[in-house]
Write a protein of this length. Sequence first.
Length: 584
Amino acid sequence: MFCYDQAQDSLIEFISDTKNPSSISGRQINEIYEDKKKRLWFATNNGLNRYDRSTKNFIHFTQKNGLPGNNILGILEDDQGYLWLNTSKGISKFSAEGGSASGGDTETNHFKNYDVSYGLELTADAWYGVGCKTRNGEMYFGGAKGFTRFHPDSIKDNPFIPPIVITSFRKFDKSYPFSSKINLPYDENFLSFEFAALSYISPERNQYAYKMEGLDKDWVYPGTRRYASYPNLDPGEYVFRVKGSNNDEVWNEAGTSISIIISPPWWKTTWVYILYSILILSIIYITWKMQVKRIRLSHEYEMSKFETEKLHEVDELKSRFFANISHEFRTPLTLILGPVKQIIEIIKDEKIKNDLKVVHKNANRLLGLVNQLLDISKLESGNMKLQTVPQNIIPLLKALTLSFTSYAERKRITLKFNSSEDEIIAYIDKDKIEKIVTNVLSNAFKFTPEGGRIEVTLTRSLPSSVSQSHSELVSESKIDMKKLKQSASGGQLDKHGFVEISIHDTGIGIPQEKLPKIFDRFYQVDGSHTREQEGTGIGLSLTKELIELHRGKIEVESEEGKGTCFTISIPLGYIATPNNERGS
């Protein structure tokens, strides 16, 4: 299509371009029509186009806007200013923007479509030609089987307001008799409805809208669909409303409705809520009674706590006293041990040498007790630091155990060391681990009679759910040292589990009622054998605190007359604490 400008003697070509929404929409132009308002309309094979002379752009109208088909074959205008469009799928009446030529206020850009369902004799897909309009206003449109003649003023909209009825009610897709009010149990809540507008002129064009009050906020417009479904409705009261229109969209706004009541389950009924209220009030009353009892017990606890604090003050006085005096004891003991050792090495008299050895042994023992008191003092003041390094704990504990071999032989005690692995790497402070194991082993030897048995057993204990990043570090028998140090930098190796050190003896055992107190400082189990061994009640207390410094734990099982088993658990990985300094 070209536009010829006589004044400029120039041509402008109009080309359909899908990338340009302002170009003409179709490549085939079937008719050009100028209406009474001097607006240019173009019938194309891809919709109706209106040309805007001021902007030289095209405005498109297609099936998306309401046309029955996009192939527009002809355009006619009636006396009221409506455009009648001959399309490949029927005739369409179009009220263009701006109303009618006579100034009437018609709908803006609205299509009313007519096809064979309105009584047209022609097939719906065989329209030909542009058509014509006679002097008296009649219109002719040609088709494959002849002409269709009509006068636009004789085609009236259907003014009938149709009654709306609900024709069917279903539960779980089964028909169910109904009235204006329906009562249902809570488990019959899958509902569907069918309805109809009683207008018989082109009834297939009747429109519907429905809403379930209590569920839908707005009307649902399904077009010509005559049914609605609601699955899994909650218990409550609802009103299903439906309205409809005839073929010319004349609506019955009042419509019709059905009330629906879905009963709640028994546990949500009123009488059950009354029981709930009684139960809640009972709980409140019982809670109040328990609160009164708790206050009384709290008072008793405060009294007990006061007594405990007094006992703790006595314990602290003991600790401060022994810590202060220990500093005074340590220097002379050190000065005694040095010369005695030198004299033992040079003296020839065996009797005097043996006596000096007894002196040296007991002086060493006294120095050990002094050091234990100092360690306790450091623990209490928070000055004791861990110096942890990753190392294989197996040879360390094996050497500690075997250092008691001669002692075991003298007492004719069987000493055995067991380990299913050759290497277990853990972050430990070697000096403190030695003190822990030595204290427990010494305790076992003290209370195991001749002919008894002491076993030291090492095992690895891994948690049931170890993260992939950590479990990759652990093989069947060892941990890669490089990966261990890298992972330890995050302070997460405690997730690898623990090394468990079990020290079992066949000694005299500990009474069950005494077990909870054996780790208390300065506590000794009463008994002649305890007194014979000259226990101080410091060793196990210090041992427990050193283990807890490692973030480990110690447990004891004992049966009087059969023996005792101490189990020490130490985390395999590095644990970041204020008292831990990681070694190289």
